[in-house]
Design a binder for this molecule. Structure first.
Ligand code: IPM
Ligand code: MG
Length: 362
């Protein structure tokens, strides 16, 4: 018996998560996986109903779960709230409380979408990068932080960028191991020419390397890495980096593939329990209009089945079903090109489910 917690979150999260849940339920039934679903609140929706973007009840349910499926959080209506009450803080808190330190963000080019990228097809066709982002440390969590008044009466905002050796080592291990299972090349991204925290980052990565003799480790400064990602993206296999650089580079990585609407992610703790979410945000501009692409969330379910629920066969069939739907020419607005068939969130979910049912009964 496995427990999966469903957190739709805000805006399009409320539309895409139900589509992914239908897919999860279909494989659960077919493979008799014994998955039990619970539902909870996170983000602005949670704030509206409980006054807290990460309610104690959600944390309690999350701790008792083997995996969590999250939609997305945030929206302009909550931007004026005090920082601890904002939806994004709810997300950061659940990551921190559950110690989901390893964020895996694949950037995979679907051959059917090669023309959807803003880069020329020859630069991105066959692209398959994995960005491993440290998720519960670095400048997003470092203390002290805040606002203060200087002696001259001026206001100052400040944050602390720090990483301890053990924090670097544990994310480094995840990245080296991921590289071992893939193309055996790991690029560690830092700003070791300026920031002490990342000088240590580089040192610790170098110290780990001899334990993974089959993996070729390289280093890159983050500014160069951003440039290389758009210039020659296929040089990368696995990238490992800290919280802030990973946040930024993973958005670049996702856009290389044409649409951020296609990319799933996993945030894992040391036992591979984890939270699965699309890489994209809550897209308030299209929320409630049946326009959002549910595929990243559906593919997040596949990642969940593979990493946390030990059901790789079910994961593979979901990915195959998504591929078949793309082959058939169905597209949501974010990946649409003339000549293809434009569909909404619900119709895309229907199509994946139908393809999956066909595969399951074949
Ligand atoms: C992400 C998002 C979050 C982050 C925000 C919503 C707090 O941008 O998951 O990449 O910065 O981690
Ligand atoms: Mg981000």
């Amino acid at each position: 018996m496995s427990q999966v917690l469903i957190l739709p979150g805000d805006h399009i999260g409320q539309e895409i998560v139900p589509q992914a849940v239908r897919v999860l339920e279909a494989v659960n039934q077919h493979f008799d996986l014994g998955i039990e679903l619970r539902h909870g609140l996170l983000g602005g929706t949670a704030y509206e109903q409980t006054g807290d973007p990460c309610p104690a009840e959600t944390l309690q349910l999350a701790r008792a779960s083997d995996a969590i499926l999250l939609g997305a959080v945030g929206g302009p209506e909550w931007d004026k709230l005090d920082r601890p009450l904002r939806p994004e803080q709810g997300l950061l808190r659940i990551r921190k409380e559950l110690q989901l330190f390893a964020n895996l963000r694949p950037a995979i080019m679907y051959p059917q979408l090669a023309h959807a990228s803003s880069l020329k097809p020859e630069f991105v066709s066959g692209l398959d990068i994995l960005i491993v982002r440290e998720l519960v440390g670095g400048i997003y969590f470092g203390q002290p932080r805040g606002f203060r008044e200087l002696e001259n009466g001026e206001r100052e905002g400040f944050n602390t960028y720090k990483y301890s050796e053990s924090e670097i080592r544990r994310i480094g291990r995840v990245a080296f191991e991921a590289a071992q299972r893939r193309g055996k090349r790991l690029c560690s991204v830092d700003k070791a020419n300026v920031l002490e925290a990342t000088m240590l980052w580089r040192e610790v990565m170098n110290e780990l390397a001899p334990q993974y003799p089959d993996v070729e480790l390289s280093h890159m400064y983050v500014d160069n890495a951003a440039m290389q990602l758009v210039m020659r993206p296929k040089q990368f296999d696995v990238i490992v980096t800290g919280n802030m650089f990973g946040d930024i580079l993973s958005d670049i990585g996702s856009m290389l593939t044409g649409s951020i609407g296609m990319l799933p992610s996993a945030s894992l703790d040391k036992n591979n329990a984890g939270m699965y979410e699309p890489c994209h945000g809550s897209a308030p501009d299209i929320s409630g209009q049946d326009k959002a692409n549910p595929l990243a969330t559906i593919l997040s379910v596949a990642m969940m089945l593979r990493y946390s629920l030990n059901a790789p066969a079910a994961a593979g069939l979901i990915e195959k079903a998504v591929g078949e739907v793309l082959d058939s020419g169905l597209r949501t607005g974010d990946i649409f090109n003339p000549g293809e068939q434009l569909v909404g969130t619900q119709a895309m979910g229907d199509a994946v489910l139908a393809a999956l049912q066909r595969l399951l009964s074949a």
